[in-house]
Design a protein around this ligand. Structure first.
Ligand code: NAD
Length: 498
């Protein structure tokens, strides 16, 4: 029996009425486990109306009241870590330990939001003129929307709503339709923590729901995380409707390995970062650039490690890598591997055709390693979002850097070296928003901000950290004159203040 997942509007479950549904599958078995309701325009409007109504009080609530709720929410998520992780594994497929890591990184932003009074302190200048003070304060926007991808069904929503509601906004989340259940669990935990009805809402669905959020006149700002083509669409459409927007897109993250690097550490890092979560991470390493004569040896060490990765269902504690999200995605990833040799790559490991005994219906693919990949090959040019690592060769640091910077994406980039000067040069010269020095996946901690450059982010603000607070608030500057009781009135003066 498949269950049906509904929307969460105004503090309660609301059944879908559009008549449209989508299937949610267990990627390890391929079985449909849930039907998720897809919102039409009316249901999105109902969620925005609930959020708009809730904003009247929430936008004026005290910081103490908001943070008390967020502290309780933090404790509840902590207590439900395992349940959340199991839900993620059942719908996304990633292994349980990885799902627990996702929850932990999401909690970081909840913790940041618990400290929002520090972020919202504002600025004050006294006596800017005689008896005149100036205060800069930040106010909430109103209803804001979050649209999130399948690959982090709990963490990416938690990159957004804790800060948004801490700043006094109300929120409508449209999670990925492929693994939507974590959003409803988070909604019920927020309610249990005491969040007033309507402050956080979830509408499920596809493009119909997204486009309505982008066009709705009462939605003031949109945070989006997903693929580059959709990020571009979200950015242009939301901006055309007068909204503030941050739209984080796809990636092709490079790891430059210099000849002096610790090759074992580099190989460990490449395998962990390329194949963790089956490559379905926006910060996954998908291209290694070996500089100088180390290429053959580095590939040998990566291969040796990659062959040992245990692939199996995410709930099995021995599994290190799970299946891909859908069968269609698995087939797409496989087509890149199958086409690579004809486009000039050397196929060192071919993961296509892999399956797991007893789970033959799952969306399985093994690990693929492609060497000497030409920059013209599709496997290098496109974001594959699967367990496929491309290795390229460069003679010099400059040639390697030029390769990295020629990519249209600029999410993360890493350098592996023992040379501090070279690493420092790379951190200045590489065109990416997040840089790792001997760190393959440089996801910033919660109190810094996350975001890429070029086709990996459209908009001015990165997500969470200080940028998050700025994105979810707008500035106001208040100029005040309180005359001293002994002052005589200044009289009429039509001149411009000097
Ligand atoms: P996606 O772009 O297909 O979907 C993201 C969201 O947009 C979902 O909620 C989906 O329902 C909606 N959507 C899909 N097509 C749409 C359309 N045509 N119009 C309007 N809305 C649409 O992305 P995905 O496959 O769920 O996630 C994987 C992608 O997300 C990868 O490209 C990955 O790099 C990217 N990602 C980026 C980051 C980052 O921080 N830059 C983080 C995680 C994932």
């Amino acid at each position: 029996m498949t269950k049906t997942l509904h929307h969460w509007i105004g503090g309660r479950t609301v059944e879908g009425t559009s008549g449209s549904h989508g299937p949610v599958t267990d990627p390890a078995t391929g079985a449909v486990t849930t039907r998720v309701a897809f919102a039409g325009v009316e249901e999105v409007d109902a969620a925005v109306a609930a959020a708009e109504a809730a904003f009247a009080d929430w936008g004026r609530s005290s910081l103490a009241a908001r943070t008390a709720i967020l502290f309780r929410f933090r404790a509840l998520v902590d207590a439900h870590r395992d349940e959340l992780a199991r839900l993620i594994t059942a719908e996304h497929g990633k292994v349980h330990s990885d799902a627990l890591g996702e929850v932990a990184r999401g909690l970081e932003i909840v913790e940041l939001a618990c400290g929002i009074p520090v972020q919202l302190k504002g600025e004050l200048s006294t006596e800017v003129a005689s008896r005149v003070d100036v205060a800069a304060i930040r106010r909430p926007l109103g209803v804001v929307a979050g649209i999130t991808p399948f690959n982090f069904p709990a963490m990416v929503p938690m990159w957004m709503f804790p800060l948004a509601v801490a700043c006094g906004n109300t929120f409508v989340l449209k999670p990925s339709e492929k693994d939507p259940s974590a959003a409803n669990l988070l909604a019920s935990l927020l309610a249990e923590a005491g969040l007033p009805d309507g402050v956080f809402n979830v509408v499920h669905g596809d493009r119909v729901a997204v486009d309505r959020l982008l066009e709705h006149p009462d939605v003031r700002a949109v945070s989006f995380v997903g693929s580059t083509p959709v990020a571009r669409h979200v950015h242009t459409t939301a901006a055309a409707h007068g909204k503030r927007v941050q739209a984080l897109g796809g990636a092709k993250n490079h790891m430059l390995v210099l000849p002096d690097a610790d090759l074992d550490a580099a190989a460990d890092a490449a395998v962990s970062a390329a194949y963790g979560s089956a490559g379905e991470r926006c910060m996954a390493i998908s291209a290694v650039v070996a500089v100088g004569a180390i290429g053959d040896e580095l590939v040998r060490r990566i291969r040796e490690r990659a062959e040992k990765v245990v692939i199996g269902p995410g709930h099995d504690p021995v599994s290190e890598m799970g299946p891909l999200i859908t069968r269609a995605h698995r087939d797409r990833v496989a087509s890149y591997v199958r086409g690579a040799a004809a486009q000039g790559a050397e196929v060192v490991l071919d993961g296509t055709g892999f399956t797991v005994e007893g789970y033959e219906g799952g969306h399985w693919i093994g690990i693929s390693l492609l060497d000497r990949v030409p920059v013209t090959a599709d496997a290098y040019r496109d974001e594959i979002f699967g367990p496929v690592l491309c290795v390229l060769r460069a003679e010099t640091y400059e040639e390697g850097l030029a390769l990295v910077n020629a990519s249209p994406f600029g999410n993360g980039a890493a350098i592996f070296t023992r040379d501090g000067g070279a690493a420092r040069r790379f951190q200045m010269e590489v065109e990416a928003g997040m840089v790792g020095v001997n760190v393959p996946i440089p996801v910033p901690v919660g109190y810094h901000s996350f975001g890429g450059w070029k086709d990996s982010l459209f908009g001015d603000h990165h997500i969470y950290g200080n940028d998050g607070t700025r994105f979810y608030t707008r500035g106001k500057v208040v100029t005040t004159r309180w005359p001293d009781p002994a002052d005589t009135p200044p009289g009429v003066d039509l001149g411009f203040p000097r």
